[in-house]
Design a protein around this ligand. Structure first.
Ligand code: RNT
Ligand code: ZN
Length: 414
């Protein structure tokens, strides 16, 4: 009997079919953020990263061209099990033959290379307008700017991106999630909290005037509690974003680095599922603040996965990663984080939620806690290894050798 067969029998005894769990996970797309590969720099401007987010570290070998970034994504994908979707930012537009288009004038043609890339790999594409690292970010404001020229520029960027999102969906045949996040805010106490939010609302309304096919493009709005240098006030707060989303029938996006440190996204998922057809997540790891550390297999990541699986919402939650670590090998950062998201999902798929729910409803909280703890030491790893093997990716830590080889042969030569 192999370790997997033994584990399969044990899980069967608590009503879990490991084969079904593996099958389900293989079909679940995780949207992989392209920006881990180059510290959120992109190809369209020489501006330093701004917008209250920060990458720290200068590990050698980062991607500086589209070909390098694509090669690095390929390498990472070959080491991550499961289905991936590509998550691009507008700043990753690819200009050829000396042409250039500013953010308000971007067109689908600036992304044909990415479409070719995704199609060749059977991947869908998600998209993000880039409201940071650009000279038109004035006084830390974009869509909420009191300067009409600035505000209009960014409205036009949103509109341009919506057309590109639809182009991605049409080309790949997979719906595109277009996520709007703006950094806008104030470092210190604002005199007027209402007007920036009113302007943001107006700007979003203007962007949403562009006709688009709602079965192909899901527009999400990502909230945030604060940014670096923008500690006192964020225009796109949680209340603003949820209210706007519900008002307009678009989709909420929660990034688990964007709340007060003791608030958890795992507790918010069920509420949003009751009031939204779809919801979206940025899975990250905040350490003290929205530090965008690499996702690990920790309690909150597991709890987020549990909420998706236990509430039967695998087809209602768009799961994307969002972190950026420049202090370690960037390909490894992708692999570690994405493998851990997959692990958390598998862990949730191997949990007998109906049984635990019955204990809760029967008020048997003693047995509930006892079993929740016992199930933590079930042979999860044996199913995980089997899953990796079936997905054709290295089992256990073997993937590290691959990354080290890639570092020697490719990254260190850049
Ligand atoms: C920033 C937001 C946002 C970005 C990416 C690059 O705090 O989380 O999602 O990280 O768009
Ligand atoms: Zn995010």
């Amino acid at each position: 009997m192999t370790r997997y067969e033994y584990a399969k029998d044990l899980y069967a005894k608590i009503g879990i079919d490991t084969e079904k769990a593996i099958e389900k996970l293989m079909e679940l797309p995780i949207s992989m953020h392209c920006w881990q590969g180059d510290d959120v720099v992109g190809f369209d401007s020489k501006e330093a990263l701004s917008g209250g987010i920060q990458t720290t570290g200068n590990y050698p070998g980062k991607a500086t061209t589209p070909d390098e970034l694509m090669a690095d994504i390929d390498k990472a994908c070959s080491l991550i099990p499961g289905k991936k979707k590509l998550n691009l930012h507008a700043s990753y537009a690819i200009f050829e033959n000396g042409e250039f288009a500013d953010r308000d004038a971007l067109e689908p043609k600036h992304f044909t290379k990415w479409v070719e890339y995704a199609k060749a790999r059977g991947m869908g594409i998600d998209f993000n307008p880039t409201y940071f690292s650009h000279p038109m970010v004035k006084d830390n404001l974009t869509l909420s700017s009191p300067d009409e020229e600035v505000r209009t520029f960014w409205v036009n960027h949103g509109k341009a991106c919506l057309k590109i999102a639809e182009y991605f969906a049409n080309e790949t045949g997979v719906p595109c999630v277009m996520n709007i996040w703006i950094p806008d805010g104030y470092k210190d106490i604002p005199a007027d909290r209402l007007s920036p939010r009113a302007r943001f609302k107006k700007s979003l309304d203007e962007i949403l005037e562009v006709p688009y096919d709602k079965s192909k493009v899901y527009i999400t709005l990502e909230s945030k509690v604060f940014g670096i240098g923008l500690e006192s006030y964020t225009v796109g707060s949680a209340e603003f974003s949820l209210s706007y989303v519900n008002h307009k029938g678009i989709t909420p996006l929660m990034d688990n680095g964007h709340y007060h440190p003791t608030e958890v996204v795992s507790d918010k998922i069920s509420s949003l599922l009751l009031f939204n057809e779809k919801i979206a997540l940025h899975v990250t790891r905040g350490v003290r603040w929205d530090s965008d550390h690499v996702v690990i297999f920790d309690d909150e990541t597991k709890e987020i996965a549990k909420e998706i699986v236990a509430n039967d919402a695998l087809d209602r939650v768009f799961i994307a990663t969002d972190y950026f670590d420049a202090s370690i090998n960037r390909v490894a950062a992708w692999v570690i984080g994405l493998r851990n998201v997959q692990k958390a999902m598998l862990n949730a798929l191997l949990t007998p939620h109906a049984q635990l729910r019955a204990l809760q409803d029967g008020a048997n909280t003693t047995k509930l806690l006892a079993l929740q703890e016992e199930y933590k030491t079930y042979p999860f790893a044996d199913v995980w290894n089997e899953y990796c093997e079936r997905c054709g990716v290295p089992v256990q830590e073997k993937w590290i050798d691959e990354v080290e080889k890639y570092e020697t042969e490719v990254l260190s030569k850049r």
